[in-house]
Design a protein around this ligand. Structure first.
Ligand SMILES: [Zn+2]
Length: 205
């Protein structure tokens, strides 16, 4: 009875980590944290404004660093940045920015922290103009995910859609929104499906 219970517990743990299965994934999905992010989040269409804002800030924070660095700090980011409530972040003053720059749980880069505050302001302006950020941002792919069929290693760093998105965001005062950052954002929030053709998630969305 005890052995059976242990077996079930172990099986449950294996299912949760998904690290020991035989599924074929995008080549970058290595290690427990990346696998969980790849399987549950990357490429799943997002239409929730708070979630979209979180990804925009995190992708900007990633510039020059690896995504795993940001994933590891994600809970710290949520804590430090009021769970990405743009209304709160838009009101951050110089004292709050100094406090953030002393927080080892996040990327302590002055330009990036100031960009988050500026982006919160620009984000609120977009919500006001379009009704939601969701409505605004999805227009860059015509409202529907673009399903690509890249083989491993063929995925581009930017496209004409990410160029257009970047150009418009910059015009609206957003920071850290170059075309490659925008493309990473589009992949993350499912505006494009860039799962490799042999990845088990390629056909899912
Ligand atoms: Zn994949």
């Amino acid at each position: 009875m005890v052995t059976r219970l242990n077996w079930l517990l172990q099986k449950g743990l294996n299912d949760m980590t998904a690290a020991n299965d035989s599924k074929t994934r995008c080549s970058w999905a290595n290690g427990e944290l990346y696998i969980e992010y790849h399987d549950k989040e990357w490429g799943v269409p997002v239409h929730d404004d708070r979630h979209l804002f979180e990804m925009l800030i995190l992708e900007g924070a990633q510039a020059g660093l690896s995504w795993i660095t940001i994933l590891k700090k994600r809970d710290n980011y949520r804590r430090a940045f009021d769970n990405f409530d743009a209304r709160k972040i838009a009101r951050y003053d110089a004292r709050k920015v100094q406090k953030l720059l002393a927080d080892p749980g996040i990327v302590r880069n002055k330009l990036k922290v100031n960009a988050a505050v500026q982006n919160a302001k620009a984000f609120l302006a977009v919500q006001k103009e379009f009704g939601s950020f969701d409505k605004y941002i999805w227009q860059f792919v015509g409202g529907q995910p673009i399903v690509n069929s890249w083989k491993k290693g063929q995925t581009p760093a930017r496209t004409k859609e990410s160029d257009a998105m970047s150009k418009d965001l910059l015009k609206r005062g957003f920071k850290f929104v170059g075309s490659t950052i925008c493309y990473a954002f589009m992949q993350a929030v499912g505006m494009v499906n860039d799962h490799a053709v042999d990845c088990f998630l390629h056909k899912k969305f």
